[in-house]
Design a protein around this ligand. Sequence first.
Ligand SMILES: [Ca+2]
Ligand SMILES: [Ca+2]
Length: 99
Amino acid sequence: MTRLLVLTCLLTAASAAAAQTMTRASAPNFSRSAELFERDWVLMNWALKFYDRDRDILLSPSEAQAAAAEFRKIADADSDGRVTPQEYRAAREFILARY
Ligand SMILES: [Ca+2]
Ligand SMILES: [Ca+2]
């Protein structure tokens, strides 16, 4: 019983730490989403075409985040949750050719 309680405490602490890490990680990620498009006109055009919901020709943080999430989905060919430089280039070419 005691052992179970300790385990539960450990798990709770672990998930709390994970949640904190995610919160910390999502803040800089947020600004990087916009940066991704500011640095690359191909991605910017694509993002504006499909994710500029209010048509002000600007990517708001939420629009940039939605576009970045979609870009990651397109780019992450092996679904490991990360976009390598090669995957990035491939996705960029895919977008350039298709859109
Ligand atoms: Ca907009
Ligand atoms: Ca990947």
